[in-house]
Design a protein around this ligand. Structure first.
Ligand SMILES: Nc1ncnc2c1ncn2[C@@H]1O[C@H](COP(=O)(O)OP(=O)(O)O)[C@@H](O)[C@H]1O
Ligand SMILES: [Mg+2]
Length: 304
């Protein structure tokens, strides 16, 4: 087995009485990388993660985590990974610090103080968990994932529902953990998060993987080009006349995607002449997703 492959999934499938939640997916995760699984609610992310964490059993297919088979060696895997579940819960009436200490005790880890500092829980260590903000709760969750001293962390939607600032802080922490050598398997429905963090990403929808690659390759292959964002009706019309790759944002703006800078430039000139405001950006994961799936994901994780 290749020692640099820490997760190896082959044709993994999961049915829940008739619902095909995961439909035979295959992928690998390499040591040291941040690997993201991105998709809307119900895509099969948590099911996949929890199968790899040996909390659920697959209906068919195979997977190895750290070289161990998920069916034959579940006990070994569980001791060697760190987990932050989606919408995780702890003891609400214990303090942040007590919750971490409790979890550390389960793993026989006496150096949990270091983890508390590393993650920044020391700033609110003595506050009851129930009184913490979303961002603080996330830090507690990350600390609890770290007490196993695992080099492989599973973070299931770690920033869902957080305000933008807490989200950025969490990204920083995740990056720091990665720089310290942790391999990270992340799920998310935020395209910005995928761009910010991942070395490679897998796009999952309705239990199927649509693409897996580095962000650079994904954006080159499926999202390349330039996007223009406009609000005025006359500007929208101009863009709709020049490209088929358009979509409306929830705020009512129109985004048009152009294959090349040259094409976008022609429109930009016209927009100046028409005295219309616009924003211009390089096309990224948002466009990758749009091209692969034909829809966008809203803030809550639903597909539009
Ligand atoms: N324990 C379960 N029993 C029955 N159906 C489930 C269960 N867990 C998930 N599902 C269904 O499987 C699909 C994938 O869910 P999930 O893995 O939670 O997706 P995601 O994490 O991407 O939102 C959904 O249709 C969901 O309703
Ligand atoms: Mg989920």
């Amino acid at each position: 087995m290749d020692k640099d492959i820490v997760i190896d999934v082959k044709n993994l499938a999961k049915n829940y009485n008739g619902t095909k939640a995961v439909k035979g997916i295959s992928f690998t995760v390499k040591r040291g990388e941040i690997f993201s699984m991105v998709g809307p609610n119900g895509a099969g992310k948590t099911t996949t993660v929890e199968i790899l964490e040996c909390l659920r059993t697959p209906s068919s297919g195979k997977a190895a985590v750290l070289g161990y088979d998920i069916t034959d060696d579940a006990g070994k895997i569980k001791r060697k990974i760190g987990i932050m579940p989606q919408e995780f819960n702890t003891f609400d009436r214990l303090t942040a610090g007590e919750n971490i200490k409790l979890m550390a005790g389960l793993y026989g880890n006496k150096s949990f103080k270091e983890i508390i500092e590393l993650v920044g829980v020391n700033e609110f260590e003595n506050k009851k968990f129930s009184t913490l903000s979303g961002g603080m709760k996330t830090k507690v969750g990350l600390a609890m994932a770290l007490v196993s001293r695992a080099d492989l962390l599973f973070l299931d939607e770690p920033t869902t529902g957080l305000d933008p600032q807490s989200r950025r802080e969490t990204w920083k922490l995740i990056r720091k953990l990665n720089q310290e050598g942790k391999t990270i398997f992340l799920t998310t429905h935020y395209m910005e998060e995928v761009e910010e963090l991942s070395d490679r990403a897998a796009v999952i929808i309705k239990g199927e993987l649509k693409a897996i690659d580095s962000i650079k390759n994904l954006t080159e292959k499926y999202g390349g080009g330039v996007k223009l964002i406009v609000e005025k009706e006359e500007a929208k019309k101009l863009i709709k006349d020049r490209t088929d790759r358009v979509f409306e944002t929830r705020e009512g703006a129109l985004i048009g995607i152009f294959d090349s800078k040259e094409k976008a430039n022609m429109i930009v000139n016209k927009l100046f002449q028409m005295d219309c405001e616009f924003e211009i950006k390089k096309a990224g994961m948002e466009e990758v997703f749009l091209n692969l799936v034909g829809g966008r994901i809203d803030e809550g994780g639903e597909i539009l």
